[in-house]
Ligand binder design. Sequence first.
Ligand SMILES: [Fe+2]
Length: 206
Amino acid sequence: MAKKASDSAQLTELLYQALETEIGGIQVYESAVQCAVNEDLRKEFEEYLEQTRNHRRILLQVFESLGLDPETQSPGRQVVAHLGQSLVQAIQLARQSGDPAAAELVAAECVVLAETKDHMNWELIGQVAKSGKGDSANVLMEAYEQVEDQEDEHLYHSKGWTRELWIDALGLPAVLPPPEEVKHVETAIGAARAEQSRDDMLKKKH
Ligand SMILES: [Fe+2]
């Protein structure tokens, strides 16, 4: 078992990384929106961009409640910022190549990468909140409850979009919008079921 002081230092580190992930996520979505060829995907990215901006605001409120300085840097936070910038650059690189379908795929993949970290941050924030440990638990729970469903959607739906766009690019029958979207998936098991159901959805379509 780690000591109490180090537990709270690690929670602070998680919160810095979570804030930086949301900041990077905003930039990733701002770039990804410009690459979306599919109209439904563009609307989805625009909606997730707004929600991500709100997640940043919610985290800033958490920082205020816990008396943390949102500008404080840490080595881990700098890594998160570096990864976020790299994802934005990757999307811009793909956009400059002049193949809109390829750029759309890169943008979707970069969203999945960004949302994977985002999703884990909030899962961990939820774990701390549910443990009820320390004064911060209530503050964290309030934030977590506002954000968790959206984080699930951002990850599972983006994954579905990326898979189906790739399948479409390979010249195979794709389900667009993806089953995760149509079935309003918000859990890992729901995402697995949605992916399994894609053959049935294709049969109904044709
Ligand atoms: Fe988020």
